[in-house]
Design a protein around this ligand. Structure first.
Ligand code: SF4
Length: 482
């Protein structure tokens, strides 16, 4: 048995790139998702440790020192952070030449050979779902005998046979004990969630086919594989005891509402616990289910609307129409369910008109808060292939998704719409959405209701406008997508 460290390496200041983040970048306001994808295998390995550097402000020197006693380090990497993660792996090897280093994550799952070639410091790469791959390597099994693993042998890259996706999700141990042992929950912030919050998965995979979406196309698959409602309620009851300070529990499943009877059953089982919870949802849940979930503690839904253009929604295979989104949103507003809506600019084939439609659609929906991201064509997604085939990549390096300071940049451009225009539209979108009386009054109301929220909103407001100024600076200096 090796001593194994599961590592989210240090990166840009404020980089939300850990093993739970859906698009890895520095956000407009401080934001950190839990490293659930690393916590899960960490829970399978006795005496392991999970070190999540960015939220805990662990710099490279401290990270190297903390990693010193371990003879096996598993790094969660991503497309935009790979280069940085390789540098960290090389520094680890320099300090401790006998350490074995494995890389896991969506990028490694899709491009195992390229990931191994990215640095001689990487000894193995986990493909697809890597929980049990990590467990077997940690238990000392020879690399050649571990399914779902790629490694180097005599200078050549060897791909072992595929590992089956996990079907019995209840076989996975709970992550909250790892959180308790290794993480400081107060360090994790998401602007629209109560603080402190805690997130975990109750299942993996999403039956929807959205062409831009990372996890289902790389690791999770399109079948929603789920834990039993009893198992989920058991972990939540345990988490409540471990973390009495946590104010909100977030189910980070790709689409928690993809299996409605099960979502209702979990809601029913959570009710006696008296918890406040929230989850990811598509904008197509019926009124009765929403009502039941609300009665059982649901506070907020994180909803991907993506675009206000029916044509774009069809092209990206969203599977929900604008009218369905309107009906769903109205139902939530009637029931008092808060919505954080997410929109993406730069999806195919964005034009100035579709950007305008999306901004107006967002204003019409008028959900509590929004997030505007740039389309991020990750390797392994259909969007990446479409962009490659149609010549939409603005740069030669298709994996160059971030600016030097960690902010997202626009990697795609379309005939008649440059990457710079797409980049600049994000700020216009935010301004035209938030600088209206209704959202301003909503925010002020939450500030007046709670002193802690007031302090937090002031900090977030400062960070938000600072980031917008930083974005303008990038535009002025021509580096936004350069
Ligand atoms: S519904 Fe959400 S999680 Fe599912 S594929 Fe689409 S974007 Fe991804």
């Amino acid at each position: 048995m090796t001593r194994t460290l599961f590592l989210s390496p240090p990166s840009f200041e404020g980089f939300d790139g850990g093993a739970g983040s859906r698009y890895q970048a520095k956000r407009e306001i401080t934001s950190y998702w839990y490293p659930t994808w690393l916590a899960q295998p960490a829970a399978l390995v006795p005496n392991a440790r999970l070190l999540d550097c960015p939220p805990h402000s662990v710099g490279i020197e401290t990270c190297l020192r903390e990693a010193q006693p371990y003879d096996h380090v598993i790094v969660h990497t991503s497309t935009p952070s790979l280069r940085n993660d390789c540098r960290v792996a090389e520094a680890l090897k320099q300090r401790n030449p006998s350490v074995t280093i494995g890389f896991v994550g969506a990028h490694a799952a899709v491009l195992p050979a390229e990931t191994l070639k990215a640095s001689p410091a990487i000894d193995w790469v986990g493909r697809k779902e890597f929980d049990f791959t990590c467990q077997e390597v940690a238990a000392g099994r020879p690399l050649a005998e571990v399914d779902g693993l790629s490694f180097r042998r005599e200078g050549k890259i060897v791909h072992n046979r595929e590992r089956e996706l996990i079907q019995d999700m209840d076989a996975l141990p709970w992550v909250v004990d790892v959180y308790k042992r290794d993480l400081e929950v107060e360090k994790y912030f998401i602007g629209y969630l109560l603080h402190p919050y805690l997130s975990l998965y109750t299942g993996r995979g999403c039956p929807a086919q959205c062409t831009f979406c990372l996890w289902p196309q790389t690791i999770g698959g399109h079948k929603y594989r789920v834990r039993s409602p009893q198992n989920v309620a058991g972990e939540l009851a345990h988490a409540k005891k471990l973390f009495p300070q946590v104010k909100e529990f977030f189910f980070d499943d790709d689409t928690f509402t993809a299996n409605l009877p099960r979502a209702r059953e979990i809601a029913r089982q959570l009710k006696p616990l008296g918890l406040t919870w929230s989850c990811n949802s598509r904008a197509n849940v019926n009124y009765d289910t929403l009502k039941l979930m609300k009665e059982c503690g649901l506070r907020l839904l994180l909803v991907g609307y993506e675009s206000g253009s029916e044509d774009i929604l069809k092209r990206v295979k969203k599977g929900v129409t604008l009218d369905e989104m309107r009906v769903f949103t109205q139902a939530c507003q009637e029931l008092g369910i808060v919505i954080h809506g997410t929109f993406v600019l730069g999806l195919p084939v964005e034009t100035r008109e579709t950007i305008e439609q999306t901004i107006r659609f967002a204003q019409e929906l008028d959900v509590f808060s929004i997030q505007v991201s740039l389309a991020a064509p990750y390797p392994g997604t259909e969007l990446y292939e479409m962009a490659r085939q149609n010549g939409w990549f603005a740069k030669q390096d298709k994996t160059d998704i971030l600016l030097g300071d960690g902010l997202q940049q626009s990697t795609l451009e379309y005939p008649g719409l440059s990457k710079e225009e797409i980049f600049e539209a994000v700020e216009q979108f935010y301004r035209r959405y938030y600088l209206r009386p209704k959202p301003v009054l909503r925010i002020i109301k939450t500030m007046l209701e709670d002193k802690e929220v007031c302090v937090r909103r002031l900090r977030e407001g400062y960070e938000f406008f600072r980031t917008l100024a930083q974005r303008r600076d990038e535009v002025a200096h021509g580096s936004a997508g350069a």
